[in-house]
Design a protein around this ligand. Structure first.
Ligand SMILES: Nc1nc2c(ncn2[C@@H]2O[C@H](COP(=O)(O)OP(=O)(O)OP(=O)(O)O)[C@@H](O)[C@H]2O)c(=O)[nH]1
Ligand SMILES: [K+]
Ligand SMILES: [Mg+2]
Length: 428
């Protein structure tokens, strides 16, 4: 096993830069540079020397294989964060025998291979590094902490118990089995099925927290949609003018609304357009509005009659409140009046949608859950049928267990690893 090293912190000038070294030669290989190590997990100030010269004065930490991120011997060099020092130390490490630069995600890969975390946790860690908003951080932290692995473990053990009950019947086929196992097998399957169905149902919300919610601003031409978008975004993202039909393409602005990741969509004003290009823009607006998670209808444009009715949960608000107080809730993109309230409405609505979020966060997780549900449903049918074949029912349960195992990467994960780790940066 190679000993690998990489810069763990971001590139560029910083107060401190951390280089991490992991593998069998992490300590021994670094002795010429470091001089000596303190006890494990005790930070020690050391002059890093190379060819008689002091390269930097660094804080040096070592971890034993039993208590490190990778499950291997690990050394961390906390350097002064200058580009020149980092480059010099990386160059020296490259010359040390048995050391090489890590590939993207290689530290985490070793952590996985050494059983320091399961596959779902690795995915949680990837999301944690990518997290931009509070909701994303919380969700990723939950998966990274092993919440999904824990749930899988309880589902797995209940299915396993059901399978074991059926197998006991098979093993004692010639004898009189004193109790009917069906009621217990049935209730175990039903309970797991219910939780898995909840997970499948909450996947969409969890996915939205990961990738962002789409909120479309809609209304007649000149309602002030683009002006409102610019106000929400805090910059001139869209062109505005007094000419009806200014916006044509859908304009997307990604932002953090109350901790939730949101992509705001500004759209073409809805009307019967004679201009073919404007009509194309309107068709796009309608398409995107339909698939958005939430629609904000801005009233008070040239003609508020358009055939895209608000759905339940959508927000309807009057615009240009500085000119005329609208009926009910109103905002002004120009002065900012009511905008804070509108943001409050949007985040309240999205929070409602987020509340049902599942523990699973990826299409891969969902596929495993659906496979497991399918297998459990057929097992349940067999258990409820008059002439139960214990063998076939137990077989279906084993399929359900295999799907659970896939979820946390117990088996058959090789092909997945490349894909997941490629999203990591070098040094993770
Ligand atoms: N007084 C006032 N004028 C506004 C407000 N919002 C927009 N306007 C003006 O109304 C006109 C249309 O604004 P836009 O933001 O371009 O409206 P839009 O709904 O995006 O229009 P289209 O893209 O053509 O559908 C511009 O002249 C804006 O300056 C507002 O809150 N108050
Ligand atoms: K306009
Ligand atoms: Mg516009």
């Amino acid at each position: 096993m190679d000993t690998i090293y990489a810069l763990a912190t971001a590139r560029g000038k910083a107060g401190v830069a951390v280089i991490r070294i992991s593998g069998p030669l992490a300590c021994e290989g670094l002795l010429p540079l470091v001089g000596s190590f303190a006890a494990p997990r005790v930070a020690a100030l050391r002059r890093l020397r190379h060819e008689g010269e002091v390269v930097d004065q660094a804080l040096v930490l070592r971890f034993t294989a039993e208590a490190s991120f990778t499950g291997e011997e690990v050394v961390e060099l906390h350097l002064h964060g200058s580009t020149a020092i980092v480059r010099a130390v990386l160059d020296i490490l490259a010359q040390l025998p048995g050391l090489r630069l890590a590939e993207a995600g290689e530290f985490t890969r070793r952590a996985l291979e050494n059983g320091r975390m399961d596959l779902a946790q690795v995915e949680g860690l990837a999301d944690l590094i990518e997290a931009e908003t509070e909701a994303q951080r919380r969700q990723a932290m939950r998966v990274f902490s092993g919440a999904l692995g824990d749930r899988v473990e309880t589902w797995r053990s209940r299915i396993l118990r059901a399978a074991a009950l059926l197998e006991a019947v098979i093993d004692f086929a010639d004898e009189d089995v004193p109790v009917d196992v069906r009621p217990e097998v049935r209730s175990l399957i039903v309970a797991v099925l219910e939780e898995l169905r909840q997970e499948a149902a909450g996947y969409k919300a969890a996915e939205r927290i990961r990738d962002g919610f789409e909120v479309a601003i809609l209304g007649a031409p000149n309602a002030g949609k683009s002006t409102l978008l610019n106000r929400l975004a805090g910059r001139e993202a869209a062109l505005t003018s007094e000419y009806a039909g200014t916006t044509r393409d859908v304009i997307e602005v990604r932002m953090d609304l109350g901790g939730l990741p949101v992509t705001l969509l500004d759209t073409a004003g809805l009307r019967e357009a004679s201009d073919p290009v404007e009509a194309m823009g309107i068709a796009r607006a309608v398409d995107r509005a339909r698939s958005a998670d939430l629609r904000v209808f801005l009233l008070g444009g040239d003609n508020d009659q358009f055939d895209l009715p608000p759905q339940e949960g959508d927000i309807v608000v009057s615009g240009k409140s500085d000119l005329r107080p609208g009926p009910g809730f109103s905002v002004s993109g120009r002065t900012g009046e009511g905008v804070e309230q509108l943001v409050g409405c949007i985040t309240a609505r999205l929070s409602e949608l987020s509340a049902s979020a599942a523990t699973i966060t990826r299409a891969r997780h969902r596929a495993s859950v659906l496979r497991s549900i399918g297998a459990l449903e057929s097992a349940l049918k067999m258990v409820e049928s008059r002439n139960l074949s214990e063998e076939l029912a137990a077989e279906a349960l084993r399929t359900a267990i295999a799907a659970m195992d896939d979820l946390v990467g117990r088996i058959g994960v090789e092909e997945l690893l490349g894909e997941i780790f490629s999203s990591f940066c070098i040094g993770k």
